[in-house]
Structure formats: C-alpha cells, structure tokens
Design a protein around this ligand. Structure first.
Ligand code: 13P
Ligand code: SF4
Length: 308
C-alpha cells in the first residue's frame, strides 16, 4: 500500500470508529500530518481529557499513552508502537518513591510527566516542561521536595526559582547530549539567531547559556509559539529534530537550524503510518492501567492541570 492509500484507510477507520489521533511533535512528519491534534506533553494530556472520541490513537511513547488512559478511563487508548519507551520513565520505579516517602513523611514528590503510572501513584504533583516552574513555585517553602526523574530539568528549575530540590539521577538520552559547547559553537556560527533550548538539555542550567541574551528555554510547544510570534528570521533549535517539521510548516520564510542532526528520539520514530493503520484495524495495543493505580495516579495529574 502507498502512503496515500494508508492515509485514506486511516481516515475512513477514524470516522467509522469515532477515533481521534493525538501525536507528539517528535513523531515522524507523516505521522504529525495525519494527527487531529499535534502537541507537547502538556497539550496532549489536556487534549486527552477534552476529546469526545471513543478511541484515542496515541502517537508517542508509552508513558504518554498511559497518561491519556489515566485521564480518560472511559476511552479506549491505543498505542501503535507498543514498546516505545523513554529513558526518563525507565529510570525510576514506584518502589523507589515509596522508600523515599517512608524516609521523608513530610516530603513532597514532584514527578515530571515522563514517568510510569506506578510512579505517578506515589507522586504528589506532576509537571511537564511547559509548567514545571509554576508547579514548583506553587509548593510550600517549609517542605522538602524531591524532583524526579530528570536531573537537568530539575537543575534548571532550581536556577530559575531559587528553590532547593532533591534531584533524581535520570536524564533524557536525547536532550542530555545537548551541551553548552554545542550551543556556544552554533551561536558563533549564527550570531543573529535566537536559540531555543529544551530544559531537559544538559546545558539548561549552565550559567554561560543562561546568560546568553538570545537563548530561551522552552517546552516544545513554547518553541513553536516563540518562532511563530518572533520577527527574527533565524532560530537555532536545541531539541528533538522532528520539531523542525512543524516550525518550517508554520514559518516557511524563516530558517531553522538544528543544534545537531543526530538529536533524534528513536523511540518516537517507532510510530509509523502502517502501525497506526494496524492499531485502528485491530484495535491494538490497548493501554491498560489497573483501577487502583489509575485513581492514585490521576490525583497528581489533576493537581498539575488545575495550576496551568
Ligand atoms: P515536552 O513535550 O514537554 O516538550 O517534552 C519533551 C519530551 O521529551 C517529551 O518526551
Ligand atoms: Fe523520553 Fe527523551 Fe524520547 Fe522524550 S525525547 S520520549 S524524554 S527519551
């Protein structure tokens, strides 16, 4: 089957089954183009809660589809790429948090949304890269805070808020490769460009980068908003490479320079058009979360969604 034939069949099945396709900006361009809603982690969580479709086909990695299943238990959530994982979500377990809670009964656990349902079940409040500062600023000052699992995002929050956080030793294997040296080198090459950096990056808390007047830290959706609204013509993009697809589509006259051609999340690329078609045809792979864990995991997500 050609891509056009696959796309036509997907559209037909979507109508027949009242399904909606949600996709993250890091998925393949052809997957982004077929999505009913394209977004970052925060936008996708919000959309999963709003949709009145019967089936959500979640084009992203497993923790994202699981978050949709937690928020929308009355919907069938399908993940076309059953084994699409994430180095952050895999770096911590619910048991790790249970032990921390026992040792710190008054402590607050803030979990990045890039975590499993089991980890969320032991969490007090979730955050995404789009709302992490607001979430941490909302917390009482007299309590110990554990931030999991991204040490780079956590270090950036500490710099920006002045709050002390205990950090977990996790990172995103894609953004952790974005160093301060890479940013400085590219900024010399393109002195007129704004530099848009994801806070999961290794350089997000480096003073040399924080002091660059043309550097901005953003979630993926924040980068797109900045580029769409700016009068600048050149942007260095320090995040997953597929974000350039949407940036270029929205701004055909502006130039987007990837920080490195290998800034690729292979897990996100596991979602293909063929996989989406099979997901709709066979109603696979259903994302399941036990009701006991789901109810507990929902609370920190809801707390986050009321703040942003
Ligand atoms: P955002 O979607 O919040 O920009 O996070 C990026 C990411 O790495 C998601 O896995
Ligand atoms: Fe996980 Fe990083 Fe891939 Fe996002 S880009 S899904 S944080 S490994």
């Amino acid at each position: 089957m050609t891509n056009t034939e696959i796309t036509d069949r997907i559209q037909q099945l979507k109508k027949e089954k009242n399904a909606v396709i949600l996709a993250h900006y890091y998925t393949r361009p052809e997957v982004q183009d077929i999505a009913d809603y394209l977004g970052d982690s925060l936008g996708l969580s919000q959309e999963a809660g709003k949709t009145d479709a019967d089936i959500i086909v979640f084009c992203g990695v497993h923790f994202m589809a699981e978050t949709a299943a937690i928020i929308s238990p009355d919907k069938k959530v399908l993940i076309p790429a059953q084994y699409a994982g994430c180095s952050l979500a895999e770096s911590i377990t619910g048991y790790d948090l249970k032990k921390w809670k026992e040792a710190n009964p008054d402590g607050i656990v803030v979990s990045y949304v890039n975590t499993t349902a089991e980890v969320k079940a032991w969490t007090d409040i979730c955050c995404t890269s789009a709302n992490a500062l607001k979430v941490v600023q909302s917390l009482p000052h007299d309590r110990k805070i554990l931030f999991v699992p991204d040490k780079n995002l956590g270090s950036w929050i500490m710099k920006k808020t002045g709050r002390h956080l205990e950090l977990w030793e996790g990172d995103c294997c894609v953004h952790a490769r974005i160093s301060a040296e890479m940013i400085l080198e590219k900024s010399h090459e393109y002195p007129e460009a704004d530099i848009l950096i994801h806070p999961e990056s290794d350089c997000s808390h480096d003073e040399r980068i924080l002091n660059l007047p043309q550097a901005y830290m953003y979630s993926t959706a924040g980068m797109i908003k900045h580029a769409n609204q700016s009068s600048k013509k050149q942007f260095i993009i320090a995040t997953e490479i597929e974000t350039l697809h949407k940036l270029k589509k929205d701004n055909p006259k502006k130039e987007f320079i990837p920080i490195h051609p290998q800034t690729i999340c292979g897990q996100m690329k596991k979602v293909t058009l063929q996989g989406i078609l099979e997901a709709l045809e066979k109603e696979q792979y259903v994302v399941r979360v036990s009701e006991e864990i789901r109810k507990r995991a929902l609370k920190p997500i809801e707390r986050m969604l009321t703040i942003c």
